[in-house]
Design a protein around this ligand. Structure first.
Ligand code: PLP
Length: 392
């Protein structure tokens, strides 16, 4: 198409959207392809937005976010990591996706490379590419105990053009979770090569492996091992913990000296996040701990049911994921799950995301989101158990 920038034209169609478009609207379909829970945002959060709206908070607002929310984010982060955080480190964004966009805009552009371990949330690669930079896939290694990030291969993938590494721990879709030791080694490697780290720890509270933080309630984080002014950009979101996917609100955490740059980026792109949504986000952080804990308990319970149920089909390989709320499983004899995902809609009336959507190394897998009503998941597993052995 003449006149369109090639980096925009090149943007891939989402492999999840293709399956969702095929299945959407079918009677009785159980859609487990998207990464979100089934519960709407609770009233105590939603009503705070309504109150702020009714009170006339309808004007242009702070580019960096309202001070009350930046302070609440600093307090929340402080509770997680057991020390004080400066609110100046935090910038309110239009969801984690916008935080990612800004992070990539800050650190990469045409001619640059950004390393993305795969299988990965597809938006990482797209956010790199839309700036004219190149995402370099670093396939992780599937093993009997789960996925492994080979740090030797990570270092070997670095070239003079590399500007940043994306580290998503726990990972969507694989559940891979970095140990503290992994994080130290990644950080040293990034320092040695002068690279930025784009750290996506949005699933940090969904952790199941006792060795990786299940007993402390959060995974190891770059916050545990970094210096204050490190070249690390964290993205975060209200979407999952607080059941606010449709609100489009999250935050970016960055070294304070980036403040003026980020303020300008916000000014000239979104001009800020609606103040009435930010008021509700404050309430989510200050009063939503019980809600987050309910989500975590539900996901923990479902993880076991889903993993055991899938393994009982005898055609599925699935080491239990150490973190996040996805089962990313291989099916015996299937190397391309795009067709299988479409067939499962026709023959099981269950919607799963094909692993082909998650980049290099993903094609033999399907992703199932288990942050759902347990009874619905049990029904879905029953249908999959009946259909998969026939289709595989
Ligand atoms: N990061 C990861 C790994 C995700 O899976 C998601 C959502 O699925 C996000 C970030 C961002 O979510 P949102 O843009 O809804 O804040």
């Amino acid at each position: 198409r003449a006149g369109i920038r090639p980096e925009v034209e090149r943007m891939p169609e989402s492999g999840i959207v293709e399956v969702a478009n095929y299945g959407r609207g079918r009677d009785g379909l159980i859609p487990l392809w998207i990464g979100e829970g089934h519960r709407p945002t609770p009233a105590f959060i939603a009503e705070a937005a309504s109150r702020a709206l009714a009170a006339g908070e309808t004007f242009y607002t702070w580019q960096r976010g309202i001070p009350e929310l930046r302070e609440a984010i600093a307090r929340y982060t402080g509770r997680l990591f057991g020390r004080a955080f400066d609110p100046e480190r935090f910038y309110v964004t239009v969801g984690g996706m916008h935080a990612l966009q800004m992070a990539m805009r800050i650190v990469s552009g045409p001619g640059d490379e950004v390393i993305v371990p795969t299988p990965a949330w597809p938006n990482f690669e797209a956010a790199v590419g839309v700036n004219g930079a190149r995402a370099v896939a670093l396939p992780m290694i599937p093993g009997p105990d789960g996925w492994v990030l080979d740090l030797g291969r990570l270092e070997a993938a670095i070239t003079p053009r590399t500007r940043a590494l994306v580290i998503n721990s726990p990972s969507n879709p694989t559940g891979w979770t970095a140990s503290r030791d992994d994080l130290v080694r990644i950080l040293h490697l990034a320092r040695r090569h002068g690279l930025w780290i784009v750290a996506d720890e949005i699933y940090q509270r969904f952790v199941w492996d006792p060795g990786l933080g299940a007993e402390t309630g959060r995974t190891p984080s770059f916050h545990d091992v970094m210096e204050e002014d490190e070249r690390i950009l964290f993205l975060q979101t209200f979407s999952k913990n607080w059941a606010m996917t449709g609100w489009r609100i999250g935050w970016l955490e960055a070294p304070p000296e980036l403040g003026p740059v980020i303020e300008n980026l916000v000014q000239y792109t979104t001009s800020g996040v609606p103040a009435f949504l930010q008021r509700a986000a404050v309430v989510a952080l200050e009063e939503g701990e019980g809600l987050v804990e309910e989500h975590i308990a539900l996901a923990r319970h479902n993880r076991q049911i889903v993993c055991e149920g899938l393994r009982a089909t005898n055609v599925v390989e699935l080491p239990s994921p150490p973190g996040a709320f996805y089962a990313f499983f291989g099916v015996d004899g299937v190397s391309d799950t795009r067709r299988l995902a479409l067939d499962l809609i026709d023959h099981a009336n269950v919607g799963l995301a094909p692993g082909t959507a998650f980049g290099a190394g993903g094609a033999a897998y399907l992703r199932l989101c288990f942050l759902r009503d347990t009874a619905v998941l049990e029904e879905a597993i029953g249908r999959l158990a009946a259909a998969l052995p026939r289709l595989a």
